[in-house]
Design a protein around this ligand. Structure first.
Ligand code: ATP
Ligand code: MG
Length: 401
């Protein structure tokens, strides 16, 4: 309600200054479906310059594209001038935008259900594109000529699948035919980051797998994963009969691995680079990969896994893959057994530290580093708990060499 009230205040301020302003896009759609979201976007006849004058706090997010964030009562609201986009070149986003009427602004939007406006001051819906009717019918329909709309921005083909899955609305016949006709033309028009962003949104939705199946059906997955070993539609369908319950905030890239036949870690890293994912997502991939072999790990190696910040997430995901309760039991027991060592590692408290070795006359350098590592390995693998025990174990292991 806080967002709604703040957004309404923004509309009121614009209205008092003589401008037209409405809520638009996803919020209106969700409102008509009885689900008021917290993310409210506003469209107005005011220009960004007008808004900078009118509101105390604004943040520009693309002045060329006429979008501003207005901060009202600590709520951030995106406010854009009604616009018409022109000069689409090769299915990319337009270079040029020009200000226009609400009706024209509605027509540049992707699907009819996304093209409506709502005036919170009078509780009126403005629908220039038949959005209400399609929402009632339950269809995803491109605004205007679908071929032309997908030619303008080919990402819309992926978005159609995402919305279709999310609302369980079929894609309208002509729109579907246009996706089939243009699926092969997704690249190079669309930047891979935008595709990944759509995947990111899909993974936040419980209907992710329906969206993936649709993308497969329309051959969009073949296009996106080009030379990679994509699993067949039937295999994907079979696999997704028991939806994956990956932990919250699992990186989308981890879901995408599910779409491929077993691939090596280096192929996964290549895929990460292809999708230009963040470094932390790459590191997560590397960490997750280790867990596949974790049943063969020494206690020392296990402690490294358990002390890692993503340990619980990796354990859960791997357990879903392994589908064997003995895997969970093994790790639960080991974690209990190695509790103290895990805590020491997290708190960076090795049983033997550099000072202990320097005090014993060892010189700083590589040998000291190796001895520290060896000491920690012995401490964990032999489950030792005092410095003395570790020094004893170190000298025994030297004697045995
Ligand atoms: P979501 O809940 O998934 O965010 P949304 O409808 O809010 O859904 P956004 O991607 O946030 O979707 O976009 C906001 C609105 O902007 C859409 O409802 C649509 O009207 C318009 N829009 C977004 N992307 C495009 C696009 N590629 N082509 C045309 N219109 C678009
Ligand atoms: Mg949105």
């Amino acid at each position: 309600m806080k967002c709604y009230n703040a957004a309404k205040k923004i509309v009121q301020t614009l209205h008092n200054a003589g401008f037209t302003a409405y809520f638009n896009g996803g919020w209106v759609r969700d409102h008509l479906l009885g689900k008021d979201a917290d993310d409210i976007d506003i469209a107005t006849t005011a220009t960004p310059e007008d808004m900078i004058d009118l509101f105390e706090k604004t943040i520009p997010v693309g002045i060329n594209f006429s979008i501003l964030i207005v901060v009202q009562d600590e709520v951030h609201c995106e406010v854009a001038t009604f616009r018409k986009e022109s000069d689409y070149v090769d299915g990319r986003r337009p270079e040029k935008v020009s200000h226009t009427t609400p009706e024209e602004d509605a027509k540049r939007r992707d699907f009819t259900i996304n093209g409506m406006f709502f005036d919170p001051l009078t509780d009126t819906i403005y629908d220039y594109v038949g959005g209400q009717q399609d929402l009632k019918k339950g269809v995803i329909k491109a605004i205007g000529n679908p071929h032309q709309r997908f030619n303008e921005d080919r990402l819309r083909m992926i978005r159609a699948c995402r919305y279709s899955a999310r609302f369980s609305f079929p894609i309208e016949k002509e729109t579907k035919a246009a996706i089939i006709a243009h699926a092969g033309e997704l690249f190079p028009a669309v930047a891979i980051e935008r595709v990944y962003d759509e995947f990111r949104k899909m993974t936040k939705d419980p209907h992710l797998f329906d969206a993936l199946l649709l993308l497969h059906q329309f051959t969009l997955l073949d296009v996106i994963f080009k030379d990679l070993p994509l699993i067949s539609y039937n295999k994907l369908e079979e696999k997704l009969k028991t939806p994956l319950h990956f932990p919250e905030n699992t990186s989308p890239i981890v879901y995408l691995y599910e779409l491929l036949e077993e691939i090596s870690l280096s192929d996964k890293i290549a895929l990460c680079k292809h999708f230009k994912v963040s470094k932390s997502e790459i590191r997560f991939t590397e960490e997750l990969d280790k867990w596949k072999h974790s049943l063969d790990f020494s206690d020392y190696e296990l402690v490294q896994l358990y002390a890692h910040e993503n340990s619980d997430k990796c354990l859960k995901i791997t357990s879903i893959h392994v589908k064997d309760s003995s895997f969970d039991r093994f790790h639960a027991e080991k974690k209990k057994l190695l509790k103290e060592h895990i805590r020491r590692l997290i708190e960076k408290r090795p049983l033997i530290c550099s000072k202990d070795l320097l005090d014993r006359g060892m010189k700083a350098g590589r040998e000291l580093g190796n001895t520290l590592k060896e000491a920690e390995k012995l401490a964990i693998n032999k489950n030792l708990s005092t410095k003395q025990e570790v020094f004893q174990a170190l000298s025994n292991s030297k004697d045995n060499k």
